[in-house]
Design a protein around this ligand. Structure first.
Ligand code: URA
Length: 238
């Protein structure tokens, strides 16, 4: 990889700024000052110093975002801001959201540039668990639990059995937690519609073993810890 590209990938600054740093002699590769920005480096083996401090190359980044309402789960949109607009300082990593939350859904969204992990999590065959907290405009009861457990028919497909837990319920409103194992468009909203009820608030709180950090306000994000990442990368055998 070119030296200027590698430095930009490490988050030191823009490609243009890196070219200037290199030309001014701030960069050493294996103990030698290098002033050519297209100098080829081996990102794994070579030791690269910026003003005598070692640069750690990272190919992939994994961020947990608490998505607010009003943002589209995409990298670009003509009309609305995207979740990528919320992220600062990671521009050169070309992050993308792993899956989609509706514009009005909040909560846990993983952003990464690791296509393989995203593929693993999104693969419909893997049946990855996702847990949502939801508010419903009616009383949710044992009948709904049984219907969801059976696998509800939504016309174009039958949802896999889902686990519904009632947190509170009265005739006007209920709070529930629902665990689903696929990620079809508007799935949770459509499942409640099928039993004649409407989701008025939806928040994803867990995906696989990854739990939304309660310290994160809506719009805030942080990198995953090593443990979180390890758990996410485990391939489930089902
Ligand atoms: N189900 C929905 O209906 N919307 C979401 O954003 C996620 C799951």
């Amino acid at each position: 990889m070119r030296l200027d590209k590698l430095l930009a990938h490490c988050g030191v600054g823009s490609r243009k700024e890196m070219k200037q740093l290199i030309r001014k002699g701030h960069i050493q590769v294996n103990g030698e000052i290098i002033k050519k920005d297209d100098y080829q480096v081996d990102e794994i083996k070579d030791i690269i110093l910026l003003d005598n401090e070692e640069i750690q190359y990272r190919r992939f980044v994994y961020l947990m975002l608490n998505k607010p309402q009003g943002y589209i789960s995409a990298t670009m949109d003509q009309v609305h801001p995207t979740v990528i607009d919320l992220i600062e300082g990671y521009e050169h990593y070309e992050l993308f959201p792993v899956g989609r939350l509706d514009i009005d859904t909040v909560g846990l969204l993983l952003l990464t540039n690791d296509g393989q992990l995203a593929h693993h999590i999104l693969s419909p065959k893997k049946h990855i668990s996702k847990i949502y907290y939801a508010k419903i405009d009616a009383r949710v009861d044992e009948t709904d639990i049984a219907v969801f457990k059976q696998g509800i028919n939504l016309g174009d497909f039958t949802a896999l059995p889902a686990n519904l837990k009632i947190v509170s319920a009265n005739d006007e409103e209920s709070e529930v937690e629902i665990e689903i194992f696929e990620g079809k468009f508007h799935q949770v909203k459509r499942m409640f519609e099928a039993v004649g009820k409407t989701v008025t608030y939806l928040k994803r709180i867990k995906m696989k073993q990854l739990i939304l950090d309660p310290q994160l306000e809506e719009g805030q994000y942080r990198e995953l810890t090593n443990d979180e990442l390890e758990n996410l990368m485990k391939i489930d055998v089902k």
